[in-house]
Write a protein that binds this ligand. Structure first.
Ligand code: ZN
Length: 401
């Protein structure tokens, strides 16, 4: 049996998840959306209002109507996730840039980082730069520090096991490091998994998909039955390190021929430069070629490789939808179209039904906030979740470092 407190947290998560996707709702709407009884939903909403996780949306929408504003607790009152009270500090460790922002519970749909620094070259430099950019305000207690990390990440251990582009991260427990600066628990999420969580939180219909990020590297994360897929190893979604026959490029992981040496943004620029000896080795030049001449053989081959690898992963996971983001958003539509048809040819579900290939913006910030809610504010064990038959974006609640 789930204990009363874990049941309450499961119900709180249901309400928060519903508000993440619909934005604003009444108690009656929330009861319907979460399939809770009206009194239970009402009680959960009152608790969350008292904890400043939710706020009364009717008070904010029309400040002129103060005299007859509805009383808190009235069934028709509209509520939403709290947008004003800072709860989290989110940090996105990128290969080149590190970004940060203070966030309330109501994360924006689009990533909007307020602070940005070149990614530090040592843990000491990270502390010094973050300390300077984000001075601690004792009047603003934080519930958690949310950190998105690239590479192969041991989320529970708070460290990176393999990060060829930021080597020092492999030697440092980031949770312990940040505790010296901020007095709050740290939640570490692998960067592609953070984005998959954000996609899941914001898209109420997307319970099964493979997320693929085509960026500085190529990474993925799977969501199966509404849950972020967790393998037995601290490693999953490593599509980018699938060896491609005939590819002799050295990869940062130490291997040769990995898919990401062809399909990362810099991999594409290299292939373009090999095919166009005199052209500038820039992303702008790649874009211009596609705009002027369409998809030339060097790009076509790479897209076929990507399509086959992605389709292979979908076939193993048993999902029919892939959500892609990154440079694919920046090239003419014809590129996404060819990659989609390559995926559809390889995805076996195409023989029985429809394979969906969607292009999306990055929702890493929303994913980090969800991880904070999930692991720090409403932690519920996987067992309780399974017994309660869901409750939204579930993942390992024991991963709090
Ligand atoms: Zn590799």
């Amino acid at each position: 049996m789930a204990t009363p407190s874990s049941l309450r947290r499961i119900n709180q998560r249901k309400v928060v998840r519903a508000l993440l996707s619909v934005g604003t709702a009444s108690r009656a709407d929330l009861a319907r959306l979460t399939e809770l009884s009206q009194p239970t939903a009402g009680k959960i909403v009152d608790d969350l209002l008292a904890a400043s996780v939710l706020e009364d949306a009717s008070l904010v929408i029309d400040p002129s109507a103060r005299t007859d504003r509805p009383k808190i607790g009235r069934p028709g009152t509209m509520v939403r996730l709290n947008r004003s009270r800072t709860r989290f500090l989110a940090i996105e460790m990128g290969v080149v840039r590190t970004r940060a922002a203070y966030l309330p519970v109501a994360a924006q749909r689009e990533d909007q980082w307020t602070h940005e620094i070149p990614t530090p070259k040592s843990p000491e430099e990270l502390l010094a730069k973050l300390g300077k950019a984000l001075p601690r305000d004792p009047n603003m207690p934080l519930d958690a520090i949310l950190v998105s990390m690239p590479g192969v990440v041991d989320e529970a251990g708070g460290r990176s096991l393999l990060c060829p582009n930021i080597r020092w991260m492999e030697r440092v427990n980031i949770s312990r490091l940040l505790r010296g600066l901020f007095d709050a628990p740290t939640v570490v999420v692998q960067e592609n998994r953070a984005m998959a969580l954000g996609q899941l939180a914001l898209d109420p219909d997307g319970d099964d998909f493979l997320l693929v990020e085509l960026g500085d590297g190529v990474g993925g994360a799977a969501v199966v039955r509404g849950r972020l897929y967790n393998g037995p190893l601290p490693l999953s979604g490593e599509l980018g390190h699938t060896p491609i026959i005939g590819n002799v490029r050295k990869c940062g992981c130490g291997s040769t021929g990995c898919m990401e040496t062809l399909l990362s943004q810099s991999g594409l620029i290299s292939s373009f430069a090999e095919a166009n000896k005199k052209a500038p080795k820039t992303w702008a030049a790649v874009k211009k070629e596609v705009e002027d001449k369409g998809i030339r053989p060097w790009l076509s081959k790479s897209l076929e490789v990507a399509g086959a690898t992605i389709a292979g992963a979908m076939n193993v996971l048993g999902v029919r939808r892939v959500v892609m983001s990154g440079w694919i958003n920046d090239l003419p539509e014809v590129v996404a179209h060819q990659l989609s048809s390559s995926i559809s040819r390889g995805a076996m579900w195409g023989r029985f039904g429809e394979v969906a290939v969607d292009i999306s913006d990055k929702h890493r910030m929303a994913g980090l906030v969800w991880a904070g809610l999930d692991r720090v504010m409403f932690p519920v064990s996987d067992e309780s979740m399974a017994r309660s038959n869901g409750g939204g974006v579930a993942e390992d609640a024991t991963a709090l470092a």
